[in-house]
Ligand binder design. Structure first.
Ligand code: FAD
Length: 390
């Protein structure tokens, strides 16, 4: 029987942290989430949520809320460099539900964060503290003791069975509590923009994800119909984490060029960092999400991995006597998969940006594979049922 009534403290009310809070709350645990930001904030832009992640969120009772804010694209269209021609398509839509029991959907990240937050608020056993200034954790035989400096200058000390760092790519838990590595900047920037859907309706289909390849860049676009916006993400090399001005890719072709023009000077740079470490826990302190394994977003799986982490870690924490043993089991179950997904994401980054004429070989291979090849090739990602892993 699960040991209900235990206390857990999570650093970070991001996607991974709130998913873990919900998963633990379902077992009757008491959860305190420490969030550095003063309130839930609209950050980032679009997010693709694949069936493996959606399966976990559905199990938390979030299906209807997700359906209300997301689009299930019919396909992912890949446009060769500079091309006006028919794209290469990968089928999504109904086939994803049929094959994997959950949809492939796109949404705004803030909508996902908002519905997770609202779900947390419905649990009396989840408390989220915003604007936390500082915290310090001491691990001991009976769990952890956490000293917390709150937004209003008050301090408190809380005890818990375990402390989980879901505090993102620059995780203070990883660097400070586990003496883990700094995040690595891989000299790439994601330039993000949201534009009114009408402005790009001539360039991108209303029911599809459109990806434009170029030499040294690629552009991902999809509609967010519930917001009447299109999400644009342009990935380019960069010498510095803080590029000046606006992105100027060359050789875009007319269609991608028109999309870039529609965004005007609305691009926000987002430097891409990765984290590689096998140290995911020490004693009663552990890591989930980007804090443990931030990866480049070229397979659209970073948030999905954090959601899977939370789904697997929650039952282990409540069912295992000692938190350290639960973390060790969780790391053993997760690390090979996360490493494989991160490696595929990095490989995609190289393939997506191949220069001509190597790009011709890439495009010919994708065309020859046909619109359903990804269902087999990525079956190991999408058909993973985290709630059945233990
Ligand atoms: C351009 C781009 C596109 C992406 N697209 C996709 C996609 O389509 N699909 C997908 O699955 N993934 C995608 N990702 C990856 C995804 O965004 C991340 O993997 C995911 O957001 C990580 O979630 P997290 O909860 O681990 O971390 P975060 O979302 O970073 O949350 C961490 C939280 O911790 C808080 N925090 C930080 N420090 C402290 C502290 N000291 N104390 C308390 N709180 C603290 C932060 O304020 C934040 O709320 C993309 C990433 C990028 C950059």
């Amino acid at each position: 029987m699960p040991a209900t009534g235990r206390n857990y403290i999570i650093a970070g009310a991001g996607i991974a942290g709130m998913t873990l809070a919900l998963a633990l709350a379902k077992f009757g645990a008491n959860i305190l989430v420490l969030e550095r930001s003063p309130h839930m904030h609209e950050f980032g832009a679009g997010l693709q949520i694949s069936p493996n992640a959606r399966h976990c969120l559905d199990r938390l009772g979030l299906s209807a809320a997700l359906d209300a804010v997301s689009l299930e694209p019919e396909a992912l269209d890949l446009y060769p460099q500079g091309s006006q021609s028919t794209p290469m398509s990968m089928e999504l839509g109904a086939i994803m539900r049929e094959r994997f029991g959950a949809p492939y959907a796109v949404m705004h990240r803030a909508d996902l964060a908002d519905l997770l937050y609202k779900a947390c608020r419905r649990f009396a056993n989840i408390d989220i503290l915003f604007g936390v200034r500082h915290w310090d954790v001491v691990s001991h035989a009976r769990g952890v003791t956490v000293a917390i400096d709150e937004a209003d200058g008050q301090s408190r000390t809380s005890r818990a069975h375990a402390f989980i760092g879901a505090d993102g790519v620059h995780s203070p838990t990883r660097r400070g509590m586990l003496a883990g590595p700094e995040a690595h900047f891989g000299n790439r920037i994601a330039w993000r923009a949201l534009v009114p859907l009408d402005l790009v309706s001539g360039q991108i289909a209303p029911d599809r994800v459109s990806v434009f390849f170029g030499a040294g860049f690629h552009l991902v676009c999809y509609p967010l119909p519930s917001r009447r916006q299109a999400n644009l993400a342009l990935f380019m090399p960069a010498a510095t984490q803080e590029p000046q001005g606006q992105p100027r890719p060359s050789g875009t072709g007319a269609r991608a060029g028109a999309i870039l023009t529609a965004a005007g000077s609305g691009w926000t740079p987002w430097p891409l960092f990765t984290v590689e470490t096998s140290i995911w826990h020490r004693s009663n302190i552990g890591l989930i999400g980007d804090a443990a394994h931030a990866m480049v977003p070229f397979q659209a799986q970073g948030a999905a991995m954090g959601i899977e982490d939370a789904t697997i870690l929650a039952p282990l924490l409540v069912e295992t006597k000692g938190a350290e043993d639960a973390f060790a089991r969780y790391a053993a179950l997760r690390q090979a998969r996360v490493k494989r997904v991160a490696a595929l994401s990095a490989q995609n980054g190289r393939i997506f940006h191949l220069p001509w004429p190597l790009s011709l070989a890439r495009d010919a291979t994708i065309s020859a594979q046909g619109p359903r090849a990804h269902l087999r090739r990525l079956n190991w990602i999408y058909d993973y049922k985290a709630d059945a892993i233990s």
